[in-house]
Design a protein around this ligand. Structure first.
Ligand code: BES
Ligand code: MN
Ligand code: ZN
Length: 453
């Protein structure tokens, strides 16, 4: 995308209720009048084009809330007239990178199936931040595009292809395990995926230099979740194209690490399946095997995410990393607990909680810890196998799912699990309806701090 030089751009001024008076005094009398006539009071999301004496746009005043960094420009970027803009000044205490990123996040459109032109408003990115902002933007857009793509056009092997395409850009190694090899080596992924005509796979992406510390990323890649034989109702099934959101996050995080050359080495493992109903579907009461060797009694085929993820986590442990991070749209219960905007996370190292929360705050991407309650292990008891995949009651649903996963993570490896929603139910500033990245900036910032070069 060509970036015009800053001088040719229309200036954007961020104005809050408390700076409006001072801003007004800098304007020509006729411009002050113009504000008055248009009842501009600098409320968040309100903007006003200021004419010059020739009737052209001289500058734009944008109302914003100093506590909401992403929405400051994100609220207006889709609505401004075509043209080239620049942020004239960064208000005290505001993070410039997040202000600029907010603009981009607001500009997103999912255009694969619609021929709609964008509004042609472009923001000048200052040299010092350009690469970082564009990298973050592309990672976010990749998550949204992957989630928004309907399952007809995103089979498990299409997801593998998306990983290959991304890996190739940065010289990563991509390996895909499917068919008989998957059945032998990843029996749990195979069990969930075999109900679909579009077979399951395990996608591996490897990147980095030997001298750097190794971390592992894992993602739930359920490209569509019907619930299986424990079939979901229509309303709850409607959004289940987003059930590969965890894998989209893992891939986007991988992309950020590669593009911004974090001094780490990583291996990413994505369990890609379609949870379908057919003569080959796994059944409630089936006992399946896992890569770790534990047997699992399937008490609910709709609790499939933890079943596929457990094989990916086991594979991650075998790589002996110093940290494992997984993303999964794992439970509805996580939303019941914290709502759609704050993903809960779980970790087997309490000392990581504070750092991750802080990174989330600093990157305008809040996440919140939930406990791994040892006492609830009893809910996973099975009479016939080593464990069930689903507790008998719906209490503590997000915790039970995390406890199930914990059984597949070696105790000596620090592990963080994020239970994300990955979706905006309606359009808000900087958050268009549809797929959404959550916890991505938080985790990336956390990693940047932990492994700063
Ligand atoms: N993919 C869903 C979880 C989900 C549902 C995420 C809605 C976001 C929004 C998962 O596979 C699932 O179906 N979970 C069940 C678990 C239950 C059977 C224990 C759920 O949350 O209802
Ligand atoms: Mn499910
Ligand atoms: Zn699911």
């Amino acid at each position: 995308m060509p970036y015009t030089t800053a001088e040719q751009c229309i200036n954007l001024f961020l104005v809050s209720a408390s700076t409006l008076d001072a801003q007004r005094e800098q304007l020509e009398p006729f411009q002050q009048q113009w504000l008055e006539h248009n009842a501009f009071d600098a409320s968040p999301g309100q903007f006003i084009n200021l004419p010059n004496a020739q009737g052209h746009i001289d500058a734009v005043l944008v109302g914003y809330d100093p506590n909401q960094v992403l929405t400051a420009l994100g609220a207006v970027s889709p609505a401004l007239a075509a043209g080239d803009y620049r942020l004239a000044a960064v208000p005290d205490g505001m993070d410039e990178k997040l202000l600029l990123l907010g603009w981009s996040l607001g500009q997103y459109r999912f255009e694969r199936y619609k021929s709609q032109a964008d509004n042609g408003a472009r923001l000048h990115l200052p040299e010092a931040l350009r690469d970082q902002v564009q990298s973050l933007q592309q990672a976010h857009f990749m998550v949204r595009d992957l989630i928004n793509t309907p399952p007809l056009d995103l089979s498990p092997s299409d997801l593998a292809q998306a990983c290959r395409d991304c890996g190739e850009l940065f010289g990563a190694q991509v390996n895909v395990v499917d068919g008989e090899a998957l059945e032998n080596d990843y029996p749990a992924i195979h069990a969930v995926g075999m109900g679909s005509d579009r077979g399951p796979c395990l996608i591996e992406l490897t990147w980095g230099k030997d001298e750097h510390p190794l971390i592992c990323l894992a993602g739930k890649g359920v490209i569509f979740d019907t619930g299986g034989l424990n079939l979901k109702g229509g309303d709850r099934m409607l959004h289940m194209k987003k059930d590969m959101g965890g894998s989209a996050h893992a891939l986007a995080l991988a992309r950020l690490i590669m593009e911004q050359q974090l001094p780490v080495r990583f291996k990413m493992y994505i369990a890609a399946v379609e949870n379908m109903v057919s003569g080959r579907s796994y059944r409630p009461s089936d006992v399946i095997n896992t890569r770790r060797g534990y047997t699992v009694e399937i008490t609910n085929t709709d609790a499939e995410g933890r079943v596929v993820l457990c094989d990916a986590l086991q594979r991650a442990c075998e790589s002996k990393p110093e940290l494992i991070i997984d993303f999964a749209t794992l439970t509805g219960a996580a939303r019941i607990a914290l709502g759609p905007d704050v993903p809960p996370f779980f970790t087997n190292r309490d000392e990581l909680s504070q750092a991750l929360m802080q990174a989330g705050n600093d990157s305008a991407d809040p996440v919140w810890p939930l406990p791994l309650v040892d006492g609830y292990e009893r809910y996973l008891h099975s009479h016939v196998a080593d464990m069930t995949n689903c507790a008998p009651s719906s209490f503590a649903g997000a915790i039970n799912a995390a406890l199930f996963l914990r059984r597949f993570v070696d105790e000596d490896i620090p592990w963080i699990h994020l239970d994300i929603y990955g979706w905006n139910n309606g359009s808000r500033a900087a958050r268009p309806r549809g797929g959404e990245a959550q916890g991505l900036r938080a985790v990336f910032q956390f990693l940047q701090q932990r492994y700063s070069a």
